[in-house]
Design a protein around this ligand. Structure first.
Ligand code: ADP
Length: 355
């Protein structure tokens, strides 16, 4: 069926719960197809250094429920250089690695594209809690991270209720507001502060004072990390000064990157892992595996990265014209618009329901 004898799998960039499920699926699916699998440790760093060990079906026993990544992760500046990437290609030759499945975020996909161009076919799996890959509805780790936020904020709510306090909670999500938006709804946050939608602090203060008069004791304010490090602590002080309500600040930070993956992340990571092996062994590469409306599909990495750049405002349609057809750009614009509507709609729902 295939010219592949041996493939590699790595995890790179920020870790995410469910990465192990993806690694496990890749290992088992490849071996089921008669292909050997090499575990590349510490992302692209291990690919340059040759930190590589063969994985068999038993190497991935008992990892289905474990957060983090058994292959470890790293940021690898050396891989950003041509020299570093050529060393990585040499390592692949040395270890007989014919193709790679790289699990990570957009940086990892850029690396995968660069490696494919040098003759090592790669496929990417979206592993990041932030859900900041526009071409997929969901990334591996996102569901788990949101559930962890909800669990932690529920605990804060208990103590806020006892003491009639407000808690400002900063949640991760530099490239996307999805965690803040969804957990804001799920925890009944009085306000959700994200960089995508203008926010009036004055209106929040008035709302809190009104609600307090009517007897509301606890207040949760969810702030996205994208607002900047200073914003949450400063807002906390301003709320207390303007409303007289005792207000505390909590930064959940990396605690939501750990923990056992949820069912949704386990199943999606497994489906994606099997799909990626199938695509690679069929001779396809430079793809990122996505989940769209519950279906696992493949998207070209170049398209996925350009779509992200357009959504995040890093590039305009004019910037993309040299590389993409008018039809492709229009499709991207429709997807960008759909995401803007999704964000606005969820935000409006929160405004209506969370009083
Ligand atoms: P993530 O994959 O979570 O976005 P990073 O942006 O840190 O995380 O990227 C992970 C690694 O991918 C980097 O440390 C680097 O080794 C590699 N990488 C990122 N961007 C590029 C690029 N433009 N070319 C080659 N490799 C890249």
């Amino acid at each position: 069926m295939t010219k592949f004898k041996r493939i590699g799998v790595l995890t790179s960039g920020g870790d995410a719960p469910g990465m192990n499920d993806a690694v496990r699926a890749v290992v088992r699916a490849a071996i089921a197809n008669g292909v050997e699998v090499m575990g590349i440790y510490r992302g692209y760093s291990g690919l340059i250094d040759g930190d590589i060990h063969q994985l068999d079906v038993h190497s991935v026993c008992n990892v289905i429920n474990r957060g983090g990544t058994i292959l470890y992760s790293d940021r690898c500046p050396a891989f950003m250089t041509e020299e570093g990437r050529l060393e990585a290609v040499e390592t692949c030759r040395r270890f007989g690695i014919d193709g790679i499945i790289a699990i990570g975020g957009d940086g990892t996909f850029r690396g995968a594209t660069a490696l494919t161009a040098l003759g090592v076919p790669c496929i990417g799996l979206p592993g990041t809690i932030d859900n900041d890959i526009t071409s997929t509805d969901s990334t591996i780790g996102y569901d788990t991270a949101m559930n962890t936020v909800v669990e932690l904020v529920d605990k804060l709510r208990d103590t806020c209720e006892s003491h009639a306090r407000c808690n400002v909670v900063e949640v991760m999500g530099r490239g996307a507001c999805d965690i803040a938006l969804n957990t804001g709804i799920a925890t009944g946050a009085t306000a959700i502060v994200i960089s995508e939608i203008p926010f009036s602090e004055e209106e929040l203060f008035e709302k809190m004072k009104r609600s307090r008069k009517l007897g509301k004791r606890n207040f949760i304010i969810i702030v996205s990390e994208a607002m900047g490090k200073e914003y949450g602590p400063a807002l906390t002080k301003r709320i207390e000064a303007a409303t007289g309500i005792e207000t505390r600040f909590a930064r959940l930070a990396h605690i939501v990157r750990g923990g056992n993956p949820t069912l949704a992340d386990r199943v999606m990571a497994t489906e994606m892992g099997v799909f990626a092996v199938d695509e690679l062994l069929r001779g396809n590469s430079n793809l990122v595996i996505c989940s769209r409306r519950g279906k696992v599909v493949a998207t070209e990495i170049r398209y996925a990265l350009a779509l992200d750049d357009l959504y995040k405002g890093f590039k305009t349609r004019e910037d993309l014209q040299a590389e993409f057809s008018e039809w492709e750009i229009e499709r991207m614009e429709i997807e960008v618009e759909a995401r803007h509507i999704y964000v606005k709609n969820l935000y409006n729902i929160a405004e209506t329901v969370n009083i």
